[in-house]
Design a protein around this ligand. Structure first.
Ligand code: G16
Ligand code: MG
Length: 225
């Protein structure tokens, strides 16, 4: 039985994935190369330093560890300039209504706990900017984990803090690495985006808009037989 929902942050609750893309591209451009939207998909859910390594490898650039730390700090500053402009209006369509449905389900005798599962060290700041800090029963962010997605650590820690089993969780994810993390953690993986990209997901919806908690729980029950 499903007892908890674990939400990714970037690309599921807010669209900071776009800000990461802009800031990393700006950094790549400053080094004399560029990268595509398709390549950017492979960075989603991947930690800051691992993302930097992947981008530098793409550009064929080798740097000292010191220079890499400088670049990561520069990228983060450009990213934060964008994050600091965020307001509750930046919450993605359908999210608030979906969160309200979860609360309603609880009032009607079907309690569902919710956790954040993000590898971002900036997650608490983003939640604060958009006014979502207080809705979670547990928050797992980049400061609490040692392995980024596709390692399941972030979601397993979320389940443990909520005191539920992995198979009692639905993970809401927009990233290939995040879907893999959910599956490796033995959780139901709900992809938010395109089925052509999120091929490993158990179910894919284009966004949280038009998704109802009741329909989702029925779909999971059917899938789990
Ligand atoms: C997010 C993003 C990644 C980003 C990572 C680290 O993960 O999807 O692109 O590299 O956080 O972010 P930061 O540099 O802010 O620590 P998630 O798990 O929220 O999708
Ligand atoms: Mg994401």
């Amino acid at each position: 039985m499903i007892k908890a929902f674990l939400f990714d942050l970037d690309g599921v609750l807010v669209d900071t994935a776009v800000f990461h893309y802009q800031a990393w591209r700006r950094m790549a451009n400053s080094l004399g190369f560029d990268f595509t939207h398709e390549f950017n998909e492979t960075l989603k859910g991947v930690s800051r330093m691992d993302s930097l390594d992947r981008i530098l490898a793409l550009g064929g650039v080798t740097l000292t560890d010191e220079r890499k730390l400088e670049l990561a700090a520069q990228k983060n500053q450009w990213y934060l300039d964008l994050v600091n402009e965020m307001t509750p209006a930046d919450i993605l369509p359908g999210v608030n209504a979906f969160l309200a449905q979860i609360k309603q389900a609880g009032e009607q005798g079907q309690p569902i706990k919710i956790a954040l599962g993000s590898v971002s060290k900036n997650a608490p700041l983003i939640l604060d900017r958009v006014g979502l800090s207080h809705i979670f029963d547990a928050i797992i962010d980049g400061s609490k984990i040692t392995h980024s997605k596709p390692d399941p650590e972030v979601f397993l820690k979320g389940a443990a803090e909520l005191n539920v089993l992995p198979e009692e969780c639905i993970v809401f994810e927009d990233a290939v690495a995040g879907i893999e993390a959910a599956k490796r953690g033995n959780m139901f993986a709900l992809g938010i985006g395109s089925p052509d990209v999120l091929t490993q997901a158990d179910l894919v919806v284009p966004s949280l808009e038009h998704l109802t908690v009741t329909e989702l729980l029925s779909a999971v029950e059917r899938a789990q037989g």
